[in-house]
Design a protein around this ligand. Structure first.
Ligand SMILES: [Ca+2]
Ligand SMILES: [Ca+2]
Length: 224
């Protein structure tokens, strides 16, 4: 009996030994490779193109302030916006006033001139200005912070999750101090001695609404 026959008993036993040793070496190597490559795939999944349902979890931050302004007087209205962990879609500013010192609309209706100053807002959005009569909402502005964002859900295909996250991002813009200045223009239909109406002021309300969102992206299973 040869040495190998003593150790392994037979040719068949040798074959089993060799196969076992090969598996003992190859399997751990195989599984460790799979583990590392599935990590890579996990990372790549966000970069992989696919079909996605994109929803927006939405919230509003609102504020309003009312001031009484005399003719020619300017009121400065501030809105401090901190969106926390959420993104800022857009900010709406509405200036409203309702002149009720004379009956009905006409030459005596008060008006406002509105000028913003967004120099203390991250990203420094372009300033807005406008004028309007005090018959309700006199002037309103919508300042888009995340380009094209309107909160609508959609399904998209052929893009990666990373692409979607890159698209819906406010870039850190929009937080800070939003200033809206309103100058009052009080009007009367005629001299008080003739018309009997006294108008020397008007209440103005500035309202803000910041539309906030965070992303909710889910993979859509492809139909077989
Ligand atoms: Ca008036
Ligand atoms: Ca008035």
């Amino acid at each position: 009996m040869s040495l190998s026959e003593k150790m392994f008993g037979s040719q068949r036993a040798i074959t089993i030994w060799v196969v076992s040793i090969v598996f003992a070496i190859v399997f751990p190597a195989y599984f460790s490779y799979m583990a590392s490559s599935s990590d890579a795939m996990g990372g790549a999944a966000a970069g992989a193109k696919g079909k996605w349902q994109v929803n927006f979890i939405q919230d509003n931050l609102t504020s309003d302030e009312t001031m009484n302004l005399a003719d020619g007087e300017q009121g400065d209205f501030f809105f401090d916006l901190d969106s926390g962990d959420m993104m800022i879609g857009y900010v709406e500013i509405t200036v409203s006033c309702n002149d009720n010192d004379e009956p009905g609309p006409g030459p005596g209706v008060d008006a406002v001139d509105v000028q913003t100053d967004f120099s203390e807002v991250e990203g420094t959005p372009d300033d807005e200005s406008g004028s309007g009569s005090c018959n309700g909402d006199a002037v309103s502005f919508t300042i888009q912070i995340t380009p094209d964002w309107d909160g609508s859900s959609y399904i998209t295909e052929g893009v990666s999750k990373n692409d979607i996250e890159a698209k819906w991002n406010d870039g850190g813009n929009g937080s800070g101090e939003w200033l809206t200045s309103v100058t009052m223009d009080v009007n009367s239909p005629g001299p008080e001695i003739i018309t009997g109406f006294v108008d020397s002021d008007e209440d103005v309300t500035v309202s803000w609404r910041a539309a906030l969102y965070s992303l909710d992206i889910t993979a859509v299973a492809e139909e077989l």
